[in-house]
Design a protein around this ligand. Sequence first.
Ligand SMILES: [Zn+2]
Length: 423
Amino acid sequence: MVNRKLLMTSLRINFSLKVLPWLSGKKGRRYQVGALAILVSIFLMGGYYFVHKGSGLSLADGQETNQENANGLIDTWAISVKGTPILYLASQAEAAEVLVETKKNYLPNVKDAQKGAQINVERTEFLEDVQIVQSQSSVGQLKTKEEAIEAMLKGLDKTVPYTVKKGESLWTVARNNDMTVAELEEINPSLKGKYLQIGQTLNLKKIEPLVTVVSTLTMTVEEKIPCKVVYENDSSLWKGQQKVKKAGTNGIREVTYRISKANNQETEKQTLQEKVLREPEAKVVCTGKKAMVASRDGGGSGTLGWPIRGKITSPYGVKRGRSIHTGLDIDGVTGNPVFAAGAGTVTRAAWYGNYGKCVEINHGKGMVTRYAHLSALNVTVGQKISRGDLLGKVGSTGRSTGSHLHFEVIKNGKFVSPRRYLN
Ligand SMILES: [Zn+2]
């Protein structure tokens, strides 16, 4: 039909070129050249249309006959699933593109894929019987290509009820259900400008693709091989102390997977090949076991261990202005570990007035030890600890003139000389 139309047009132009008497002389020749150019363009466009659209004839046919018949129906092309036409398009070419785009949607594209991933799509097909058939529909049923693709992926407008939960807003409900607020308001007209109530029922768009795209692809990716951590004993470290001896590096491997998918769902993942590109190197961490049991003179009962090693800079019981020193000051450098003098439960691990950062341990049988002026706390209230466990770090917090540990022993609620219990 296109050809006949073109032929008619060209005849008409030729005719006018010959008969119109004013088309003579110089001026007339210019008109003739112009008309010829138009004629050539029309032929070229027609040819282009014919060659590039392939099914251009049916497209043109469809457009020309896209007029309602007596029943109010027009000729269309339908995508039929399992023998039932479900989407109507103006042309066969558009319907074909909808199917291509639907399949493409479920395949990883180069941008989405990890850097350096190689993807090879082996197979992609519809699980259901999907056909493009000549059909008829009302004008209202006709979909654009974009509308049809959306319908293929999300389904036709089916709704499901949804009950509003505590703390939800229109926006969170929309986001959690892959909808926009506008879409939500559109299918729930009563909502506009109102707050959601807990227990209120809304309609949500049901996302149910019209077809299942089954695909198989192979994907080659580089993956990290995490390095192992190896622990070594170091006799120079105190219990609880750690030191990284060697940082360690992660390895790299190249893995080829064969992945089967049904729409976005991975149904199978098989490792086809694995090649180590770089071996990981283990991280080496030294740990200490040394407990604070340094022996001292003083003939204590030996039930408590020394919390730090160092010179005693101020003994228990000495007069300090109007008060009496309630503990033992042991010299130490800020950051040195402070260890539990005995097993027990942490009853304080926080700032405590003049004591600064302070830890207290209840050892049972009326015995409590207190560690003050710490720069860091390594335990929390309620924690069960053993003798020699790390409690914190030496510091000078609270009322203190320099970094040291102020160590108190409290027996049945009264301060006692720590030296009586230290071995
Ligand atoms: Zn003190």
